[in-house]
Design a protein around this ligand. Structure first.
Ligand code: BYC
Length: 333
């Protein structure tokens, strides 16, 4: 006897039964997370967990790729050959981070082409920080010191993220980001200990990058839409405000050592809390930049679109080569 019912067993279940099964699956998954299990690509997982990881990891990958642009602006103008080599190596590291992260996101079932299409259409976000210009050489130092410093603070806990492929990718990313932070601090140290003009460049750059660096940690906890669920799933281990505070506490003595002034008159050590008090960044500006209206949003996307279009012949050539090889292999069989 043939059945014309082509529905899968899952589809045949009543909606109530399905909801019950989903709830049980959800509970079993949460128990695994609570027990500290690492989730792997082929494990069963709630669709929301999968979707949130694709969102976060692809946003992170896009940030690494777009993050090359403000620094690329200085490759031809780095002050010495040594500085140029170091900067080139750093930018190459960022490209590598983007590639590991796209690979980690692909394990969740979304193709790299689709993720890139989302970036180029403006649908996918990337970090707000890369929509600010880098008009002076001091900005390359400040990006290493503050931007990579903030990135390391945010990303070290991601090495313990519950999703294995992301956590493992982050180990190497963090080692490289720590080196980037040091090279940036070394550039700023050289400027801060240099001539009056050089020190002024370093101070001006700190003034421009301080607030955008604080925004890298995301909105305050009360405004963060994903934090509580992501912390329950151990994707995030600390809240946005906790990590922002950790970054500020670590950076203030570094600025003091350099003799530079952080542009926040309310910044002061609080004996009672054991942390620095600080002012909030301008959250309206943050939302403007997220919505595509930051100083360099359009320029960044146009550059990425042009790079994608200019690379079309390489992708075509690779496909043609692969097809030719496959045809030759088949003919030989
Ligand atoms: N920029 O509920 P929330 C690097 C979005 S790469 C843009 O708190 P979540 C580097 C957020 O996505 C730096 N968007 O979200 C590279 C969400 O969007 P939806 C990138 C932001 O995910 C080269 C909405 O706002 N690092 O360091 O719990 C050279 C609500 O936020 C931003 C990563 O991607 C922002 N700053 O927390 C040098 C690290 N902040 O739902 C350096 C991994 C928030 O509207 N990502 N949004 O689509 C994370 O840790 C988390 O995703 C975030 C946000 C802390 C960024």
């Amino acid at each position: 006897m043939y059945s014309t019912d082509l529905r899968t067993d899952k589809e045949k279940k009543s909606a109530d039964q399905q909801a019950l099964d989903d709830a049980q699956l959800w509970d079993a998954f949460q128990t695994r997370i609570d027990n500290g299990d690492v989730i792997e690509a082929k494990d069963e997982m709630p669709e929301r967990y999968r979707a949130t990881l694709i969102r976060q990891i692809s946003q992170h990958a896009h940030s690494e790729i777009v993050g090359q642009l403000p620094e690329g602006n200085w490759v031809t103008r780095a002050p010495t050959l040594k500085r140029k080599l170091i900067l080139l190596a750093k930018i190459q590291d960022e490209a590598g981070h983007g590639l590991y992260l796209y690979s980690a996101a692909e394990t969740l079932g979304r193709s790299r082409d689709d993720m890139v299409a989302d970036l180029l259409s403006g649908k996918a976000k990337y970090s707000t920080i890369f929509n600010y210009p880098t008009p002076t050489w001091a900005d390359i130092g400040t990006i290493g010191w503050l931007v990579d410093g903030a990135a390391v603070t945010n990303q070290i806990p991601l090495c313990r993220c519950s999703y294995g492929p992301y956590a493992r990718a982050m180990v190497r990313v963090c080692k490289e980001e720590s080196f980037h932070q040091r090279q940036g601090y070394e550039i700023v140290t050289t400027l801060a200990q240099g001539s009056t003009e050089q020190k002024a460049l370093a101070q001006d750059s700190l003034n421009r990058f301080w607030w955008p660096s604080l925004m890298m940690f995301g909105p305050s906890d009360s405004a963060s839409t994903h934090s509580s669920q992501n912390m329950k799933w151990k994707i995030k281990r600390h809240s946005n405000d906790e990590l922002r505070q950790r970054f500020i506490d670590a950076t203030v003595p570094q600025a003091e050592f350099l003799g530079l002034t952080i542009p926040d008159p309310d910044l002061k050590w609080n004996e009672e809390t054991g942390h620095c008090d600080y002012s909030q960044p301008d959250w309206n500006e943050f939302h403007d930049v997220i919505s595509g209206n930051g100083p360099c949003n359009r320029e960044r996307l146009e550059t990425r679109k042009k790079a994608w279009d200019d690379g079309q012949w390489v992708r075509d050539a690779m496909m043609a080569h692969a097809e030719k090889k496959a045809a030759a292999k088949q003919a030989a069989q």
